[in-house]
Design a protein around this ligand. Structure first.
Ligand code: Q46
Ligand code: ZN
Length: 312
């Protein structure tokens, strides 16, 4: 197998492009895909300050690495969920990457500790309020990332969602015809109102396998295990199904998601992701000050329930 660009020995084949690349050309290809995503979706500019949501996994660390390699001003936030074993190992990877690489480029690492801020780890909290762990986790992460981005004046928040993640999410939304979610699914979620950070997904043009190869070729040490709470999740099932289709016909994931984006761009040229009614009813949460359409924001409501249910 020879590299499609320079004809030296290839290290990775990309069936969906019917091509193979050597290490430097593959890294160049990955950066080019991310640069295209940033430009096409108007994610951010060279002077913007970016906050990357890192988990210790390959996607978010690879994203942080790429943005720094491409010369962007990117700091990161890690939310320590307090899951015994897994959180310790993933935090070590994030701190390790920061110490050995990001810090020397002037990048900062912010850490949020669920145990300290919310008073308990994610599992105990979920048990207290009788809610699935992943839904509690989602509320906390969304809230804390947005809060950190707004309070520390970042222009945009970036997550490591790749093409597989987005295609699996799209499949789930289509299977259940979740129109509200379909309307909001995209690589850029604009900062529609004061208090909500702009959110972007610069890896949406790269598959999970390509991101893993990028991490490996750049010597990024990431946590390989999945969060133990992800076991049996529908997302993993959707990914498996899409991988089967991809093996049979390379390029399926890409055309499924990218064509959806093309259609969406035609339907929503303004990129408005929040209805006018929602925007009109937004006001600061009386407890924490973050914008919400409900009386109290969902995070504060959840924390009040946890407090009421906690043993005294
Ligand atoms: S981290 Fe959180 Fe995921 Fe773990 S608890 Fe569930 S939602 S599975 S992306
Ligand atoms: Zn609140």
């Amino acid at each position: 197998m020879k590299c499609a660009k320079c004809k030296t020995k290839a290290v990775i084949g990309l069936p969906r492009h019917n091509a193979a690349f050597c290490k430097p050309c593959f890294i160049g290809y990955a950066h080019e895909q991310v640069a295209r995503a940033i430009k096409h979706e108007r994610m951010f500019g060279p002077d913007d300050r970016i906050l990357v949501a890192v988990s210790g996994g390959k996607d978010s660390l690879a994203l942080w690495h790429m943005l720094l390699a491409m010369g962007y001003r990117a700091d990161a936030l890690y939310v320590d969920l307090g899951i015994p074993g897994y959180s310790t190992r993933s935090r070590e990877k994030v701190e390790g990457y920061h110490q050995t690489h990001a810090a020397s480029l002037g990048a900062k690492l912010l850490i949020h500790q669920t145990q300290e801020e919310e008073g308990a780890g994610i599992r105990e909290l979920s048990q207290l309020i009788n809610r699935p762990t992943c839904s509690t986790c989602g509320t906390i992460k969304r809230y804390q990332f947005n809060r950190a981005a707004v309070e520390h004046d970042y222009d945009v928040m970036a997550t490591g969602h790749n093409l597989d993640d987005e295609a699996a999410r799209l499949l789930g939304n289509v299977l259940h015809w979740q129109e509200e979610y379909l309307d909001k699914q995209g690589p850029t979620l604009p900062a529609s109102v004061e208090g909500f950070a702009k959110k972007v997904k610069p890896l949406y043009r790269l598959t999970e396998r390509e991101v893993a190869a990028y991490a490996l070729l750049n010597g990024i040490d990431y946590v390989v295990e999945e969060c133990p709470m992800a076991k049996g999740s529908k997302m993993l099932l959707y990914k498996e199904v899409l991988n089967r289709l991809e093996t049979e016909s390379p390029g399926t994931k890409q055309s499924f998601y990218w064509k959806f984006l093309e259609r969406q761009a035609k339907l929503q040229p303004s990129g408005l992701f929040m209805t006018e009614k929602d925007q009109a009813t937004l006001h600061p949460c009386p407890t924490c000050g973050q914008p919400t359409t409900a009386e109290t924001c969902s995070y504060c409501k959840m924390m009040a329930r946890a407090k009421a249910a906690a043993p005294r």
